[in-house]
Design a protein around this ligand. Structure first.
Ligand code: PEP
Ligand code: MG
Length: 544
C-alpha cells in the first residue's frame, strides 16, 4: 500500500483500477524548409482543423459541464486566432526557415512561460491553455488524432497533467477519477473535473507516475486529497463505507435541494446550520442549509493571542453575512469562560467555572469588550440578514442591561455617521432552567429564543457536560429538559417571538416530531446533519 497526498478539487471518493494517460508522441523536430509561404499555408490548414475539433469539444462540453464552463473552448478558438501568437509563429517560419511544428512549439513555450511568470493565479493557469491549443495545432499538422482510448472498465486516470480539452474529450462514463502530478486548483482542468462531478486530485507530485502501472487498484479521496495505491482490505473497506455514506448524502441532497422544509401538513420549519468559523461556510452551503442558526463567535477569541479588534471582527462577520447572500445569520456574542478559556482574559481560577463568570456574565462585567463586539456586529449588519443572540441568560435585568448597551452602541454609531441595519433581530439563548421558567417575562423583550440544549441539560440535571463518568445521568431526553423547552416555546409564541433549538439535541431526529409539536420554528444543527433533519421534518405529520 502506498499513499500520496495532493489537493482534492472535487469532493468524492473513487475506488478502482488505474489507467495511466498516454498521449500520442508529440516530439517536435526542427526542420529547415525552403518554402515559408507553403509552410504558412500548411499552418493555416492545421489551424482550421484544430478549430473544427475544438468546436466539437465545445458542443460536448456544453452538454456535460454547461455553457459557463464550455466557454473555455470558445476562448481556445479565439486564442488560435490571436494576432500576437500567430505573428510570433509566422515570423519564426519566415525569418528562420523552420517547419510550422517547431515554430508552434517554441512559441507555445514562450507564451506559456510568460503566463506562468505572472503574479495573478488566474493568468498563471492560462499557461496550460496555450500549451493545449498549441499541441492541438501540432497534432493537426501531423494529421494525428489527439484522442486517447480507454478500456470498457471504469478507471482512475493518472497523468502528469491534463489539458482542458483532454479532460473533456475523455469519455465521462469510463472515468472514475482524475489524479495528476501537477496542476493548480484554478486551472480549467480542475474546474471542469468539478463540474463533471468527477473526483479529482491534483499536484500529487512527479514520483507517483513512475511507481504506478495500468491495472493497479487505487483509492482517490477528493475530500482529503489522498491517493492510495494497492490498499489493504481494511483500508478498502473503510473507503467503501465513506463512498457509500457520501453517495447517500448526495442522493438526499439531490432530492431535497431547493425544496422547502415543510411538514406533511404544511408547516414551514427553518433548518439552519451551526458554525464556529468562516471556514465552515462551505459546508453550510454544500448541505443546503437555510441559514446559520448559531455562529459561535468565541472561536475568534480562542484562536487569537489577544482580544480581536473591532475591525478584525467586523471583517469576519461581514464575510459570513455576504457569503450567506441574504439568508439569516445568527451570531452569538462571546461565550467564553467555563470550558472555553483564553489566557489573555486573565480570568481568576474558579471553584465551579461552569457556574462562574462565563458568557454574558463576563460581557456585562467587562462592557468594553462586549461593546467592541457589538459595534463590529452592528457595522456588519448592513451586509446581510443579521440576528444577534446572547448566551447564559438567567434574569430579566441582564437582558435589560444588554438592550441598553445595544442602544448606546447604536447611538455612538449614529453620532459617528456609521451605518447599521434597523432590522437586526435580537434574541437570547435558553440555556438555564431559570430562563425557561421566566420565559414569559423574557420573551416580550426579544425577537427570538434559541434553546442551547447542551447547557440546558447540564444545568437542569446538575450534570457537568465535561465529565464522561456521569454520562448515564445526563439524559438529554429527560422529561425536565423537554418540559422546560415546551414552556419556553409557549411563552415565545404568546409574545410574538419565534423559538429555535441550536444545541446538539436539535439533530436528534427521534425528537423532531416532539419539538415541532411543541411549536419549535427553527432547528440549527452541524452542517453534516442538515439534510437528515430536513428529511425528518418533511416526513413529519402534525395533523394527526
Ligand atoms: C448549548 O449550550 O446548547 C449551545 C448551543 O452552546 P454551546 O454548546 O456552545 O455551549
Ligand atoms: Mg451553551
Amino acid at each position: 500500500m502506498e499513499k500520496y497526498i495532493g489537493k482534492g478539487v472535487f469532493s468524492a471518493v473513487a475506488i478502482g483500477k488505474i489507467s495511466v494517460f498516454k498521449r500520442s508522441d508529440m516530439e517536435v523536430k526542427r526542420i529547415k524548409i525552403d518554402d515559408p509561404d507553403g509552410e504558412i499555408e500548411r499552418l493555416e490548414n492545421a489551424k482550421k482543423k484544430a478549430v473544427s475539433e475544438l468546436e466539437k469539444i465545445y458542443e460536448k462540453a456544453l452538454k456535460e459541464v454547461g455553457e459557463a464552463n464550455a466557454q473555455i473552448f470558445e476562448i481556445h478558438i479565439m486564442m488560435i486566432d490571436d494576432d500576437d501568437y500567430n505573428d510570433a509563429i509566422k515570423e519564426m517560419i519566415t525569418n528562420q526557415s523552420v517547419n510550422a511544428e517547431y515554430a508552434v512549439a517554441v512559441t507555445a513555450d514562450n507564451f506559456a512561460e510568460m503566463f506562468a511568470s505572472m503574479d495573478d493565479a488566474y493568468m498563471q493557469a492560462r499557461s496550460a491553455d496555450v500549451r493545449d491549443i498549441s499541441n492541438r495545432i501540432i497534432s493537426c499538422l501531423g494529421d494525428n488524432e489527439s484522442s486517447s482510448s480507454l478500456s470498457d472498465e471504469k478507471v482512475i486516470i493518472c497523468a502528469d497533467d491534463l489539458a482542458p480539452s483532454e479532460t473533456v474529450s475523455l469519455d465521462k462514463e469510463k472515468v472514475l477519477a482524475f489524479v495528476t502530478a501537477h496542476g493548480s486548483s484554478n486551472s480549467h482542468t480542475a474546474i471542469l473535473a468539478r463540474n463533471m462531478n468527477i473526483p479529482a486530485i491534483i499536484g500529487v507530485g512527479d514520483k507517483f507516475l513512475s511507481e504506478i502501472k495500468d491495472g493497479d487498484m487505487a483509492i482517490a479521496d477528493g475530500f482529503t486529497g489522498e491517493f492510495i495505491v494497492s490498499p489493504d482490505d481494511e483500508t478498502k473497506a473503510l473507503y467503501e463505507k465513506k463512498q457509500k455514506d457520501d453517495e447517500e448524502k448526495k442522493a438526499l441532497l439531490q432530492e431535497l435541494k431547493g425544496k422547502e422544509n415543510v411538514t406533511l401538513d404544511g408547516r414551514k420549519i427553518n433548518v439552519f446550520a451551526n458554525i464556529g468559523s468562516v471556514d465552515n461556510i462551505g459546508a453550510v452551503l454544500l448541505n443546503d442549509a437555510g441559514g446559520i442558526g448559531l455562529f459561535r463567535s468565541e472561536f475568534l477569541y480562542l484562536e487569537n493571542s489577544d482580544y480581536p479588534t473591532e475591525e478584525e471582527q467586523f471583517k469576519v462577520y461581514k464575510r459570513v453575512l455576504e457569503s450567506m447572500a441574504g439568508k439569516k445569520v445568527i451570531i452569538r456574542t462571546l461565550d467564553i469562560g467555563a470550558d472555553k478559556q483564553a489566557d489573555y482574559f486573565n480570568l481568576d481560577k474558579e471553584e465551579n467555572p461552569a457556574l462562574g463568570l462565563r458568557a454574558i456574565r463576563l460581557c456585562l462585567d467587562r462592557p468594553e469588550i462586549f461593546k467592541t463586539q457589538l459595534r463590529a456586529l452592528f457595522r456588519a449588519s448592513v451586509y446581510g440578514k443579521l440576528g444577534i443572540m446572547f448566551p447564559m441568560i438567567t434574569s430579566v435585568w441582564e437582558v435589560e442591561e444588554i438592550l441598553a448597551l445595544c442602544d448606546t452602541v447604536k447611538n455612538e454609531l449614529k453620532r459617528d455617521g456609521i451605518e447599521y441595519s434597523d432590522s437586526i433581530e435580537l434574541g437570547i439563548m435558553i440555556e438555564t432552567p431559570a430562563a425557561a421558567v421566566i420565559s414569559d417575562k423574557l420573551a416580550p423583550l426579544v425577537d427570538f429564543f434559541s434553546v442551547g440544549t447542551n447547557d440546558l441539560t447540564q444545568y437542569t440535571l446538575a450534570c457537568d457536560r465535561q465529565n464522561p463518568r456521569i454520562e448515564r445521568f445526563c439524559d438529554t431526553h429527560h422529561e425536565a429538559v423537554l418540559r422546560l423547552i415546551e414552556i419556553a416555546a409557549k411563552n415565545a409564541h404568546a409574545n410574538n417571538a419565534w423559538i429555535g433549538i441550536c444545541g446538539e439535541l436539535a439533530a436528534d431526529t427521534t425528537l423532531t416530531e416532539t419539538f415541532l409539536r411543541m411549536g419549535i420554528d427553527e432547528l440549527s444543527v452541524s452542517p453534516t446533519f442538515v439534510l437528515k433533519v430536513r428529511d425528518a421534518v418533511r416526513k413529519t405529520d402534525l395533523s394527526k
